[in-house]
Design a protein around this ligand. Sequence first.
Ligand SMILES: [Fe+2]
Length: 367
Amino acid sequence: MSILDTGVRNVRNVLRYTVGEGALSDLPKLLAARRSEGTGSVVYFIDEFFKGKPDIIAKLGISPVDETVFVPTEDEPSTESIDQISARLRDTGFAKPSAIVGMGGGITMDVAKAVSNLLTNGGKAEDYQGWDLVKVPGIYKVAIPTLSGTGAEATRTCVMTNKRTGLKLGMNSDFTVYDQIVMDPALTATAPRNQYFYTGMDAYIHCVEALAGSYRNAIGDAYSRETINLCRQVFLEGDMMSPLNRERLMVASYLGGCAIATSYVGLVHPLSAGLSVVLGLHHCVADCIVMRAMQPYYPNEYEEFWRMVEKQEVAIPEGVARGLTDNQYEQLYASTVIHQKPLTNALGENYRDILTKEKVVKIFKMM
Ligand SMILES: [Fe+2]
């Protein structure tokens, strides 16, 4: 029997969402109902990018009983950093806030998810790395994406690296899914262009991988196809950051997140994870770097991807995995082939016969 499942089992989606320019202004109203229950406080996780944007922070309705945590984004979340943040919140009287808000890109949204689970479940973040290990619902949580593409606002996981074990794996659980999302395309207007592109491509790549896989179902396919359609409009028609395209990409990100909740990724993500674990590259830029070597595997999408890069005049780093040590190549290989499910989806159950160590090293050197 395969380790993959083509059936779609009782999927949990985000409970509620708002979409549209100015949607952020509704946040205080959405939180008011939660504040009337429990301690009344709200913990806000905000991408530190917004530290210098008081006009946006002012819309969040932060009150004196609340706590604000600015999330640095140089490093992706680790189990250790999640443990530290949770311990600090417990020590400062925020063990049971009425709500948690995560405003930012994938990193910030994932930190908010993980802390929400940890505050109610206790223990350490690494205890919940895996599938369905979270026992009770987390703190009620709201996502406000400020970059579009990862789908973190829609998925049932929150990616964390365990530095002790080298494992990059999230808390895959229904309890990880956000209760509410607020999608306000005005928030992506100030994103750096390259970052906006890399992140948007994460949604495109998720769905390209899903549709090229062997384990498919009608709903996953439907989400994937529409995500790709929207990405084509955003990245091939006019400026990717026009108001209309920012709204489209925000929706593509959400639908792309729903797509991967019902299907599997393929070859790009395991290779990208290798780049993140071994070289510390961020997920979305790593995805784009991997596309340098994907012509044999996804020929049409390879061509389309590079057309998008050219059209939007963005820069994709090159040569990041050339001239490394044998030990580094060994680690790159190990941290790629460990991703059994996506690789089986892409290449079949005997994927290790195709992805030999020599082959994997050759692929990395092409990047
Ligand atoms: Fe991704």
